[in-house]
Write a protein that binds this ligand. Structure first.
Ligand code: MEV
Length: 322
């Protein structure tokens, strides 16, 4: 076997955004939009990469030169994960990687994490190193930290495990919730958020009011724990209430934008049980849950203020061989 194709899902953070960076819990769902990587082993000791969705064609580098500070932005995750694998399990052959995406990297659905997981799973499979999910998580999360310097790893966990997860920052706990799919309304703000800068801006704000931030993170934990119970009981009214509280906390952290806030408020006014931003804030997407008879009103309201509705399925399978 010289070629393997692997796919992994994107994600949406349901509750616990930012607080999860400080070892608090979050709830995350894997979504139906997936990344795919086809990896082949070749005799030449090089990494070759085609990633058309991010404008990378014909990228080549000798395996011995991987890593370092001069990697083009859109290649960083893939090159670093190959480099990290090669350091731990030296490759006797070179690799050709082709990636394909179901979704735009601007939505904040975690394309970088999903592609990192796909490449790692495919290479380990080809090299006969059948890494279990824990080992996949460790190596992929290390790669995210090498590239971004910050991040909780929840997106890596969603790409590997799929489903709906209760996740504690750094992967201290990863629990698959036994729940059915949930019906989420997703509105894209039209702006791509820069997650590492937003995480750093929260860290800087925290220095000005550390005790307040501890309370915000404690309250975020409350929302996640209550939200977890509600989602298991399929009590979406109470889940929506936790989303609304959580949004208030995120607004206090300064990551809400006018556009996100507009979409969130009209969604609530149109009958959603709850609505909040999902992820780092500063752009990307908002999410809402609503009673079935209100879903079309909520979507229309979000569209009317300039949001783009993105249809998603939730609670989908994690990384898999195609
Ligand atoms: C970004 O999608 C979510 C944050 O909580 C960062 C992270 O958990 O890595 C802001």
């Amino acid at each position: 076997m010289n070629t393997v194709t692997v796919s992994a899902p994107g994600k949406l953070l349901l509750l616990g955004d930012h607080a999860v960076v400080y070892n608090r819990p979050c709830l995350v769902t894997a979504v139906g939009q997936r990344m795919q990587a086809t990896v082949s082993l070749v005799d030449e000791h090089t990494l070759s990469l085609e990633a058309p969705e991010v404008g990378i064609y014909g990228y080549r580098k000798a395996l011995k030169d991987l890593g370092g500070d001069t990697i083009p932005k859109n290649v960083q995750f893939i090159e670093n994960v190959v480099h990290n694998f090669n350091k731990r399990y030296p490759l006797s052959k070179g690799v050709i990687i082709r990636t394909k995406s179901d979704f735009s990297s601007t939505f904040g659905f975690g394309s970088s994490s999903a592609v990192t997981v796909c490449v790692l799973k495919a290479i380990s499979q080809l090299c006969g190193q059948r890494l279990d999910n824990k080992s996949l998580f460790k190596l992929a999360y290390q790669t995210i930290l090498d590239v971004q310097g910050v991040g909780s790893g929840f997106d890596i966990a969603a790409a590997i495990y799929g489903g709906i997860l209760y996740f504690v920052g750094g992967g201290e706990k990863i629990e698959q919730l036994s729940v059915k799919k949930i019906s989420l309304i997703v509105g894209y703000s039209g702006v791509k958020a820069d997650t590492p800068s937003l995480v750093r801006s929260v860290a800087a704000q925290m220095k000005t009011a550390p005790a307040l931030y501890q309370q915000l993170f404690d309250s975020s934990t409350y929302c996640v724990e209550e939200g977890r119970k509600s989602i298991v009981d399929r009590d979406f009214e109470s889940f929506g209430r936790m989303m609304n509280y959580n949004e208030g906390l995120l607004a206090s952290m300064g990551v809400e934008t006018g556009m996100l806030s507009a979409m969130i408020y009209v969604a609530r006014d149109a009958g959603a049980y709850g609505a909040k931003l999902s992820g780092a804030g500063g752009g990307d997407c908002m999410i809402a849950v609503a009673p079935p008879e209100k879903v079309s009103d909520v979507k229309a309201a979000i569209t009317k203020v300039g949001g783009q509705i993105i249809e998603v399925t939730t609670n989908v399978q994690g990384v898999l061989l195609v």
